[in-house]
Design a protein around this ligand. Structure first.
Ligand SMILES: [Ca+2]
Length: 157
């Protein structure tokens, strides 16, 4: 079995150890609901090069995860969605939504902590201003869903 080059191992270690404090960040709690789709906490970071949104679940990972980046007063957003169909990025100018191609958007899930992390590069969100708000919406089946509050505006950088 080939071993990973030492330089790669070091780079990976640096990624793991990198502080999450770059960029403005925050979090909000969500009620502990008696449902399968149950977000307990939303946390977010508006970094210079990307946004990172985390949802902590009440143990169970919902079928569909939506990580919202919102701004303005007319319902504009980018939405990173993870479902059984894969991961996709959507944009809305306030009426309807359209899918956008994006290299580098991703959703990762940690079963140990029941945390899903969505990340979208800023290069994939040309319409979004620097200051944005965050929200999480998850669904399970047709009727079970949970929706966090929308955060206050968070500065970029
Ligand atoms: Ca909840």
């Amino acid at each position: 079995m080939r071993r990973a080059p030492a330089a790669l191992a070091l780079a990976l270690a640096a990624l793991v150890a990198a502080p999450a404090a770059f960029g403005a960040s925050g979090s909000l709690n969500d009620p502990d609901d008696d449902t399968l789709a149950d977000v307990l906490r939303l946390s977010y970071a508006n970094k210079e090069a990307k946004v990172v949104v985390r949802m902590t679940y009440d143990d169970y990972r919902p079928q569909v995860e939506n990580f919202y980046v919102r701004w303005g007063t007319s319902g504009k957003y980018y939405k990173l969605q993870r479902s059984t169909n894969g991961t996709s990025l959507w944009y809305s100018n306030g009426s309807g939504e359209s899918e956008k191609t994006c290299a580098g958007d991703r959703v990762r899930h940690d079963e140990e902590t029941s945390v899903s992390t969505g990340a979208v590069p800023r290069s994939c969100m040309p319409q979004a201003p620097g200051k944005v708000k965050f929200q999480g919406i998850v669904t399970e089946g047709l009727f079970d869903f949970d929706e966090t509050r929308t955060s206050s505006r968070v500065a970029r950088g």
